[in-house]
Each structure stands twice: as C-alpha cells, then as structure tokens.
Ligand binder design. Structure first.
Ligand code: HEC
Ligand code: HEC
Ligand code: HEC
Ligand code: HEC
Length: 346
C-alpha cells in the first residue's frame, strides 16, 4: 500500500470518528436516591431535562385584589362555590381561568350573551365542579399537593381538556375465540409494554388493592396473585412514565412492598392515589350526564384524571412551582361546597 493511500484511509477514518463524536448525546446525569450500594439511581438525559423545563413554565399572575367590599353572593345571582369572594377577587379569578382553560374562546366558552348567571353551557357546569375539586385538593390533600398546590393550569395548561386523561378501555377488536385478557397488546397506558392496557379503571375509579404479596398462606379473600401482579406492574409503569422517573424514585427494588425501605415519595404517591380516586368518583363522574358524546369514552364515561394529568412527565407538576399562593381563593372551599361535594365524599 502506498503512503498516499494509507493517509487517505486514515483521514477518512478520522473524519468518521469526528462525525460520530459530534453525534454523541451529552453525558447522562445520575442522581443517587437511596443509601449507597442499593442501586437506587436515576439516570437523566440532558436534552430530556431541557424539554421538561421548557414544558413547565408558569404564566405570570395578575396582582392580587383586596378581599373587602360586598361578596359575590350578594351581588351575583348564581354563584355556588365562589360566593365568599369579593367582586375584585371574583373577576380576577374569572380572568385567570379563561387564560388557563379557554384562552382562545374567552369568557364565552362558559357564558352566553343572555347573561353571566345562566347555566346554559355544559362547560360552565363542568367548571363549577372543577372549582370545587381544585379547592378540595388544596384544602384536604396537603399530604400530596404540599405547598405547591393545584390550580386549573396544573392540568389544563391553556387547553380546554388536559393533555393526559383516560376513559375505560374496552379493548380493540380481536379474532373470535381468542381472549386478550385485557393485555398482550402494546399500550401507551402501560408504558408501551403488553401488560394490561387499562390499569386505571381498577385503581383510579374502583378501589382495588395495589398489593401483589398476600400476607396469608391461603388466599382467604385477598386477590393477590400473579395475574393481579401484571395489573399492578402496568399501573407502576404509568406512575414512572407520568413522573419521568424509574421505580427507584419510590422503591428499593430488593423489596418492593416494604415501606420501611421505600423513599418518602412512595407515601406521597399513596396519598396521590386516594386523591385521584376521589377526583374521579366524587367530582368528574357527576359531569357524565351533561357531557356531549365527543367528551366521553367508548363506554360513555367521562375523561378522567390519572397521575399524568397533573404531572405531565415531571416528578413535581410544573417542577414544584408554587402557583397557589397567587390564588388564595382556590385554597379553601365554603360551607355550600362542603355540603354539596365533600360530606358525601367521606
Ligand atoms: C371555564 C369556564 C368559565 C370561564 C371561561 C369564565 N367563567 Fe365566569 N363563571 C364560571 C362559573 C363556573 C361561574 C359560577 C361560579 C359559582 O357557582 O360559584 C361563573 C360565574 C360568573 C359570574 C357571576 C354571574 C352571576 O350573576 O351569577 C360572572 C359575572 C362571570 N362569571 C364573569 C366572567 C367573565 C367576565 C369571564 C371572562 C373574563 C368569565 N366569567 C369566564 C365559569 C367561567
Ligand atoms: C386534576 C386535573 C384538573 C384540574 C385541577 C382542573 N381540571 Fe378541568 N378538566 C379535567 C378533566 C379530566 C376534564 C374532563 C372531564 C369532564 O369534562 O368532566 C376537565 C374538563 C374541564 C372543562 C370542560 C371542557 C370541555 O371542553 O369539555 C372545563 C370547562 C374545565 N375542566 C374547567 C376547569 C377549571 C375552571 C378548573 C380550575 C378551577 C379546572 N378545570 C381544574 C381536569 C382538571
Ligand atoms: C411514584 C412512586 C412510585 C413509583 C415510581 C413506583 N411505585 Fe410501585 N408502588 C407505589 C405505591 C404507593 C405502592 C403501594 C400502593 C398501595 O399500597 O395502595 C406501590 C406498590 C408496588 C408493588 C406492590 C407491593 C406490595 O405491597 O405487594 C409493586 C410490586 C411495585 N409497586 C412495583 C413497582 C415497579 C416495578 C415500579 C417501576 C416500574 C414501581 N413500582 C414504581 C409507588 C411507586
Ligand atoms: C391534582 C394534581 C396531581 C395529581 C393528579 C397527582 N399529583 Fe403528584 N404531586 C402534585 C403536586 C402539586 C406535587 C408537589 C407537591 C410539593 O411541592 O410538595 C406532587 C408531588 C408528587 C410526588 C413527590 C415528588 C417528589 O419527588 O417530591 C410524588 C411521588 C407524586 N406526586 C406521585 C403521584 C402519583 C403516583 C400520582 C397518581 C396516583 C399523582 N402524583 C397524581 C399534584 C398531583
């Protein structure tokens, strides 16, 4: 081989190597989540993190208005959940919910020209339930939503319907004589695995137990089994996917069920499960009768909440930004709301 040819080959090899080097992803970052040696590590890719940050910016809040003066219940004709607000607070909140839920359609997304007091549009009636649901989460689910709290924006982000919602999945068509057992088809709900494709109905609407390990030698009425395990793993894929974390965010994987070895986040998640169940059964399911067909799933049930509805890929929604301090009127509910929504929730 002559020297020019050798040099040419070397040059091609070098440029190839440089080209590949330019394609390299930035080095992933790892975060140690538990005691050393337990392998409780989370790996993050820099580009993904940039996307998460970009998707979780919070809109600026208008200045707060004083609580004094006549109350909304004294001036307006048809207020059930916001009666205790001052007129200034009331108008400010209406402006903000418009920005959060229907920025393009404006006030008319919920109201009609004949009068703001009329409940003509189903969207207004849904919004009233949503106001109560949001206040309930902030007042009574502090064990989950912490100081950050929840506003309409946490779920809606400027859209009429939040991006991540679910309805009961009856499964697709399949050949006669074959039982799909509600699984064995790759599904987004189960993190693109072929685990059961509707982990939501049993755990986020019904209150089935999320335990794989029976604590007695014989079944004795508990339904822990291998079959049950597949459903629970599907649910756990959803947890991880929604929060952008892996199992070690909450578990020490040498002993999934042991709370002592789990991180405090698992306890937070447990409270989250209770909150989500209640949002779906006590609040959203009440809206079924008013909803148009295109807002319902194939079995006629409304679009419901899961972990992704608020979290949207971030371990804390909006990366833990505190919006609720700018909207104290969403922190607590009044007696009328308590009677209508909360008493029977207990
Ligand atoms: C996403 C739905 C929604 C949007 C958008 C919305 N509202 Fe409302 N509005 C409601 C609900 C729900 C109530 C009733 C609250 C209650 O029952 O406490 C209400 C009540 C009112 C009332 C009280 C009427 C009465 O006499 O009972 C006024 C005034 C009002 N809204 C003004 C506005 C204005 C102005 C805008 C636009 C800046 C707006 N709203 C946008 C849902 C909405
Ligand atoms: C935990 C998540 C969550 C929060 C917080 C939330 N929503 Fe919703 N919203 C949903 C889901 C899920 C639906 C679909 C269910 C339904 O239509 O009954 C929905 C539907 C709606 C609709 C019906 C829109 C349509 O086009 O059908 C309106 C209006 C609405 N929300 C307003 C609000 C307002 C106002 C707030 C704040 C007071 C709020 N939401 C807070 C999850 C949320
Ligand atoms: C956000 C926190 C969180 C993440 C992430 C998470 N889990 Fe869980 N996991 C929980 C909670 C909370 C429970 C218990 C629920 C209950 O008791 O009602 C649980 C229960 C379980 C159980 C049943 C334990 C028992 O007592 O029988 C298994 C198994 C499990 N998870 C596996 C996983 C796997 C595998 C992953 C990753 C794909 C994962 N989890 C990710 C929070 C989490
Ligand atoms: C209504 C909105 C909402 C829903 C739905 C929701 N979360 Fe959260 N979650 C929050 C908020 C807000 C925080 C932040 C609390 C704070 O800053 O202290 C949070 C925090 C957490 C944390 C603590 C994260 C950390 O590392 O600090 C975990 C774990 C968690 N959520 C799991 C879940 C799981 C699992 C589900 C579904 C069962 C769920 N969440 C559903 C609003 C929600």
């Amino acid at each position: 081989m002559n020297i020019t040819k050798t040099l040419k080959i070397a040059a091609v090899a070098l440029s190839g190597a440089l080209f590949l080097a330019a394609c390299d992803a930035p080095p992933p970052e790892s975060v140690q989540r538990g005691p050393a040696g337990t392998g409780m590590v989370l790996i993050y890719n820099g580009d993904d993190l940039d996307n998460v940050v970009a998707n979780n910016t919070v809109p600026e809040a208008p200045p707060q208005l004083p609580a004094g003066g006549p109350k909304a219940s004294e001036i307006y004709q048809n207020v059930e959940v916001l009666g205790d607000l001052s007129i200034g607070q009331f108008t400010r909140l209406m402006t903000s919910i418009t920005e959060w839920v229907s920025p393009e359609e404006g006030c008319n997304y919920c109201h009609v020209a004949e009068g703001f007091h009329l409940d003509t549009k189903y969207t207004k009636k849904v919004a009233r339930v949503m106001l109560a649901m949001t206040q309930r989460a902030n007042q009574d689910y502090g064990d989950h939503v912490g100081n950050a709290g929840v506003t309409c924006y946490t779920c809606h982000r400027g859209k009429n319907i939040p991006e991540y919602v679910w309805t009961t999945d009856p499964g697709g068509p399949h050949a006669a004589g074959i039982t799909t057992a509600m699984q064995n088809i790759a599904s987004e709900a189960a993190g693109n695995t072929s685990l059961p494709f509707d982990p939501f109905t049993p755990y986020f609407e019904q209150a089935q137990s999320i335990r794989v390990a029976g604590d007695t030698a014989l079944p004795e009425g508990n339904n822990s089994s291998i079959k049950q395990t597949e459903w629970i793993y599907s649910l756990m894929m959803h947890f991880s996917d929604s929060l952008g974390v892996n199992c070690t965010h909450c578990h020490n994987t040498r002993a999934f069920s042991d709370w002592e070895q789990s991180s405090p986040e698992r306890v937070k998640a447990w409270h989250g499960i209770q909150m989500v169940r209640e949002m779906n059964t006590q609040f959203i399911n009440r809206t079924t009768d008013w909803l148009p067909e295109h807002r319902k799933g194939p079995l006629g049930d409304p679009l419901k909440v899961n972990c992704g509805t608020c979290h949207q890929g971030a371990y804390q929604p909006l990366l833990g930004a505190n919006m609720i301090n700018d909207y104290p009127t969403l922190k607590t509910y009044n007696e009328a709301t308590k009677a209508a929504y909360v008493d029977d929730a207990e």
